[in-house]
Design a protein around this ligand. Sequence first.
Ligand SMILES: CC(C)(COP(=O)(O)OP(=O)(O)OC[C@H]1O[C@@H](n2cnc3c(N)ncnc32)[C@H](O)[C@@H]1OP(=O)(O)O)[C@@H](O)C(=O)NCCC(=O)NCCS
Length: 179
Amino acid sequence: MSNVLPLSERPDLTTERLALRHPNNGDVDAIVSIVGDWEVARRLGRVPHPYGPADARFFLEHVVPTGWVWAVTLLGSDALVGTIGLTPEEGADTAELGYWLSPALWGLGITTEAARAVVSYGFDGLGLPVLTSGYFEDNPASGRVLRKLGFVEIGRAMRPCLAAGGEVPAVRMKLSRAT
Ligand SMILES: CC(C)(COP(=O)(O)OP(=O)(O)OC[C@H]1O[C@@H](n2cnc3c(N)ncnc32)[C@H](O)[C@@H]1OP(=O)(O)O)[C@@H](O)C(=O)NCCC(=O)NCCS
């Protein structure tokens, strides 16, 4: 991971409908209202429930700086409607793709569109040979997003879900850069 851009230098990205920008302190209320929703939290591994402004500030101050994380916004509006990012995996030339989106916008292809831009950045911008991701078995929409991007299953295991307070069955996925 030594040859990649410093995390702070990741560029903003634009797609047909979306602008992906750096998250900032003005996003706290939007993050709380989305991640505070049980239907979002129960599908994520590392967020507590209930979720408040201190949790959103922790995310901005301690999680965002450790990966390439973007706020997802609709073109023409600066309001955060989701986040998407790549988290470097310790000791390996890979990063893990993760995302969440406001339930009001589910089913419109927005995460797939954002993820295509982020995956391209991971392969072409960062030069990573492999990306990983994963989802809980009871979250098939996320599995569908990953399969649409070309990810393939590499295994199943129990994984912690902080919001649920235990381990739940999960699917591990990976995508190799086209050669
Ligand atoms: C998972 C999530 C990011 C998907 O976002 P989205 O913008 O709605 O995703 P897209 O519209 O790009 O694609 C969703 C796909 O799943 C499909 N889908 C939705 N619900 C489904 C279900 N219950 N079973 C199977 N497929 C489903 C959709 O039909 C679509 O596939 P299609 O394009 O072939 O029709 C969103 O639901 C979310 O934020 N969930 C909570 C947080 C989360 O799960 N994060 C990921 C953790 S691994």
